[in-house]
Design a protein around this ligand. Sequence first.
Ligand SMILES: [Zn+2]
Length: 144
Amino acid sequence: MNNTTRLERLPQTGARAYPPRHSAFTAVFWEALREGTWQTTRCGACGHATFPPKPVCPHCWSTDMQWAPLGARGRLYSWTRIHAAPAVFAAESPYAVGIVDLDDGLRLACRLVETDNIPWTPGMPVEMVVLSYEDGPLFAARPI
Ligand SMILES: [Zn+2]
């Protein structure tokens, strides 16, 4: 399967305030995301995809997990804007975070990219993007 999804990369200044921890397994996801590749794991035994990527299927406990592309689009399930941020994120506040239901059927939480004059509304269509910080990537959603 080579229908790779490439997300738009949005350059960011500085380093991520709270970089995600990497394991040997999750490093594959983060290194691919750095180049814009958007993927997760799908179970070879029962067919369920999961996010975040996992080495063991939470539906049937199979270890036959394969990397599979994810679609970039989804809908905003819910959101909030953080004004009183934890100390590590204080310099970035206020900022918006949300829960996105991908069209692929997976639900995830991520930062929301603020766009002038477009209010966040539950159910609105969004697309995933990569925030390319100097020390690595984060995924986020923005309105479409
Ligand atoms: Zn499974």
